[in-house]
Design a protein around this ligand. Sequence first.
Ligand SMILES: Nc1ncnc2c1ncn2[C@@H]1O[C@H](COP(=O)(O)OP(=O)(O)OP(=O)(O)O)[C@@H](O)[C@H]1O
Ligand SMILES: [Mg+2]
Length: 441
Amino acid sequence: MQQIAWQRELLRIVIIVALATATGMSFEQPFWGAFLGLIVSQVLMLKRLNELYRWSNNQGSAPQDGGLVGYSVDILVRRERSLNKKIDKQGKQLKRIAEGIESLKDGVLIVNQAGCMTSFNRASCHLLGLRADTDMGQHITNLIRAPRFVSYFKQADYSDVIELESPHRSNITVQIQVAQFGIDQKVIVVRDVTERQRVEKMRQTFIADVSHELRTPLTVINGYLEMLEDADLNPGISRAIKQMSTQNERMKSLVNDLLHLSKLESDNAGIGNDWFELQSLCAISVDQLRAYRPTSLTGEKFPEATLSCDCVSGIEILGFSEEFSSVLINLITNAIKYGHKEGLAAEVKVTIDTLDEGLEIAVTDQGEGIASNHLSRLTERFYRIDESRESTVGGSGLGLAIVRHALDHHDAQLKIESVLGEGSRFSFVIPNERIRMKGSV
Ligand SMILES: Nc1ncnc2c1ncn2[C@@H]1O[C@H](COP(=O)(O)OP(=O)(O)OP(=O)(O)O)[C@@H](O)[C@H]1O
Ligand SMILES: [Mg+2]
């Protein structure tokens, strides 16, 4: 096609020059005739180029030409058509996405580099009380002023979500998550979690109530079982009563753990920090467990564990001494229960180290260890690695869930490291803000 256009263009010039030369020859001036022919052909070319220029500026119709100009016009027209199609398609896609975002029940807001809102959907108006006419372009922290959100928005790490009361309606709780996208743009997703919270609260209350109600009958059963244990009965019945007693003890500890857990999960937990001395707390917990010997359900006692604690005096922690002590007791109890190997006594070490980010407290044992696929699930309620193994020492699977919640209130997280056959290490770091040396204030 391009070749034909070239040939036509050349042919046109050749014909004009040839005609002009022939006319010049009739005046015995062939050179001037050819020269004039060239000029005429160039003028005609300029005219077509001018038409092309005007057309490209939307000032006239496309030049009708069979040469190079016409060929270029054809290419441009085809390219424009395919571009228009693409723009049309993308426009429709964009519209569909915008309609999709608009129909979401979750609020979606986009803020620019400076933190000002560049767009938001209808649900954001409902959840946060935004107004399209006045709030567009405003800084997000002018609209959600809760200090928790402001500090969350300013930080660079958005891996967590936060939940707070909607600034617009106090009966709505919203969950907010920020995500970075593009160059310094942020998308903020706001979700209504009021119903989920209500159900969660109902579950907590239910568990707390049931556990509470179970306490009285369990105490009564315990009393009768103790009475029967002392009675002179035949050996078969005595054995059965002993087993009933053991199971009753398990049930009591399960109920106590459930009550403890629901207390830790309640709204009032995590309020009322105070400074307490770490060494005395560690010493009390370790001493309390020195004589602890887990018993299997068949009544067999495990060998006595060796406990060591290397805590220096003078360190104070800002937190809740009761919760902190339950963390230590749960971890040390576990280490005693599961930290023995091949019938040998468990060797449990409680160590305290100063790291850059805070004070690390670790409980280590040299037991059978835990396979890596269990590690991430250990802090779930009722999660136990091996029902048959645990049932021999009577664990309910709530201890580490209690530890996790109690550590949450101290801004710390439980870290579990374990090698099968070599032992486990349960550690956490109390951040520097919660630590001071005694007498420093
Ligand atoms: N030091 C440890 N070594 C090996 N396994 C452990 C250790 N600590 C915990 N585990 C495993 O993690 C599981 C969960 O522990 P968790 O303390 O939550 O429950 P539990 O000890 O079974 O019951 P509870 O503490 O409520 O009496 C245990 O059943 C056990 O299988
Ligand atoms: Mg435990």
